[in-house]
Design a protein around this ligand. Structure first.
Ligand code: C2E
Ligand code: CA
Ligand code: CA
Ligand code: CA
Length: 278
């Protein structure tokens, strides 16, 4: 009925209003979250199956005083829109350097550390200077670091991104393409960008043991990446079946709940021991 339709529209408008109000609130609160030390890093292991070595990915968390834990999937886009991503990105890299140093002091000498960089950071002309400054002041070697960037990030301004990637690589940083395979142009840029590794998106890994075509696609991605001398990581690995399939296809590195969820720094020693025992 007309009444029903009208009230549904009103409901929808109220819903949109809520989303809008929350977004404005997050925008404002994010400004001070860094100063109030509400951001923290969780770490998720990545396991190199053939070498038996472990690396880590730093994943940012926001513990909001009233709203609780807010997912980076929700606040990173806001940080990008408001340009706060630059401050957050610097903070993430610095904190990751400090935590890595603590791990080294605790005897984990050759752990590599991956951080996520958003497109906005890559289009910043100052990126190389900022990054060099952080590594210098934290007295950390860039060669311990992997920068994970999404394909959409590098596709935005390919001509500008290539020299930036080259400079970062010259400093010893490993460049990995995150969420690999999601964009329509994945195959198109593989030979155009100076990259070292690809991280196959979880949406593909999910299909392993689920459907034949899905498996074929993963097999093809691994095989193509190897022909291009790229290191392959699989993200979102949750089952033993997936581990077996990926091992058999020669995937070098795996990450996902099967091994460990992302954990706060304090829990890392226990998690690293657990993963090493698998
Ligand atoms: P991502 O880089 O693709 O990270 C993987 C996401 O999948 C993480 O979510 C992780 O917790 C989750 N995950 C890992 N293993 C599994 C699994 O086996 N199953 C399932 N279902 N999920 C798994 P999270 O931590 O919520 O991060 C979401 C996204 O936020 C990240 O996706 C990344 O794009 C972004 N992000 C996180 N930290 C940062 C950061 O410091 N800077 C930037 N620019 N972006 C970040
Ligand atoms: Ca990532
Ligand atoms: Ca990813
Ligand atoms: Ca993903």
């Amino acid at each position: 009925s007309k009444m029903n339709g009208t009230s549904r529209i009103a409901e929808y408008e109220a819903h949109m209003q809520d989303i809008f109000v929350k977004k404005i609130r997050l925008e404002n609160d994010l400004q001070i979250a860094l100063e109030k030390e509400e951001l923290s890093l969780h770490y998720q292991p990545k396991v190199n199956m053939s070498l038996g070595t472990i690396s880590l990915e730093a994943l940012v968390r926001w513990n909001h005083p009233q709203l609780g834990m807010i997912s980076p999937a929700e606040f990173i886009p806001i940080a990008e829109e408001t340009n706060m991503i630059h401050d957050i990105g610097r903070w993430v890299l610095r904190q990751a350097c400090r935590d890595l140093k603590k791990l080294q002091q605790a005897g984990f000498y050759d752990i590599k550390m991956a951080v996520n960089l958003s497109a906005r950071q890559f289009l910043d002309k100052q990126l190389e200077n900022i990054v060099s400054h952080i590594f210098a002041t934290e007295k950390t070697s860039p060669s311990f670091f992997v920068f994970e960037i999404t394909e959409t990030a590098i596709m935005k301004e390919p001509a500008e991104v290539v020299p930036i990637l080259q400079k970062l690589k010259q400093r010893g940083i490993t460049i990995a393409i995150d969420d690999f395979g999601v964009s329509y142009s994945s195959l198109n840029y593989l030979n155009r960008f100076p990259i070292d590794a690809v991280k196959i998106d979880r949406s593909f890994i999910r299909n392993i043991s689920d459907n034949q075509k899905g498996e074929e696609i993963v097999r093809a991605i691994i095989s193509l990446s190897h022909q291009l001398h790229l290191f392959v990581t699989a993200e979102g690995v949750e089952t033993e079946e997936q581990v077996r399939f990926l091992l058999e296809k020669g995937c070098e590195e795996m990450q996902g709940y099967y091994f460990s969820r992302p954990v706060p720094f304090e829990q890392l020693p226990v998690v690293l021991e657990h993963v090493q025992s698998l």
